[in-house]
Design a protein around this ligand. Structure first.
Ligand code: URA
Length: 239
């Protein structure tokens, strides 16, 4: 769909619409190699090549950012008192409309997707899509065999019933470590599921969403753009 040049430049986080007008006046914006003559000029973001001050813009309708969320920050767009995951984004990845797709608790670490694509976020989060999220939990005490069966059937905490989940341990790891896969995203879900079987989560990290794994080369608080294949892998099964 054709879009105004100044709107296009601000949507791609290149400059504000006001700055776009200045750049156009200075002859610094080229559309398909020809200097743009007005910030109101229409272009096709998918087909036209736009360059600003000699640098070609790589058009992205939406952005998809993987973050290795650290403990102590909120999965929110803004907060008066506490840093949010959006505050951690480097300037070149910031743009209007970004939000964390699904919440991790303040003390939970690991894989978080930040995007401005509401449709994808909805598809990823709805339990109907069966996109499983894998967590590693450090627990107060080791998992009991009956907990595995209870999770498989679906545990209840108070009046909240949780959908069946996969719970397993890995031989050779710390005795109190466990892995949980859930497809819902209810408030404090993993913590409450363990409470329901008389255990307590001491630390929680998300490792995978669907088939998309946390990039372990990202330091805590680090982030990077996802490739197309990685975005698609969210909806592949994972293992
Ligand atoms: N379950 C929880 O209890 N907390 C999270 O942050 C994510 C899942």
């Amino acid at each position: 769909m054709p879009e105004r040049l100044d709107k296009f430049l601000s949507s791609q986080n290149i400059c504000t619409r006001k700055e776009a007008a200045k750049l156009v006046r200075a002859g610094a914006v080229l559309i398909n190699g020809v200097p743009a003559d007005s910030p109101a000029q229409k272009l096709d973001p998918e087909a036209d090549r736009v360059a600003v001050e000699g640098r070609e813009i790589q058009y992205r309708q939406y952005v998809y950012i993987m973050m290795n969320k650290p403990a102590g920050v909120l999965s929110a767009t803004e907060d008066k008192h506490t840093s949010t995951v959006l505050d951690l984004l480097p300037p070149d990845l910031r743009r209007r409309g970004l939000f964390p797709a699904g919440r991790l608790d303040k003390d939970t670490t690991g894989l978080l997707l930040i995007t401005d694509d509401g449709e994808l976020a909805h598809k990823m989060l709805t339990p109907k899509s069966h996109v499983y999220k894998l967590y590693r939990a450090m627990l107060e005490k080791p998992v009991a065999p009956e907990d595995i069966i209870a999770f498989e059937k679906g545990v209840t905490w108070g009046d909240v019933a949780f959908a069946p989940a996969k719970l397993y341990v890995c031989p050779g790891e710390e005795p109190n470590a466990a892995y949980v896969e859930i497809r819902e995203g209810k408030f404090h879900q993993v913590k409450r599921m363990f409470q329901a079987v008389g255990n307590q989560v001491l630390a929680l990290e998300r490792l995978r969403i669907g088939g998309l794994y946390l990039d372990k080369s990202l330091p805590e608080g680090g982030c990077r753009l996802l490739e197309k294949a990685e975005i698609a892998s969210i909806f592949s099964k994972g293992s």
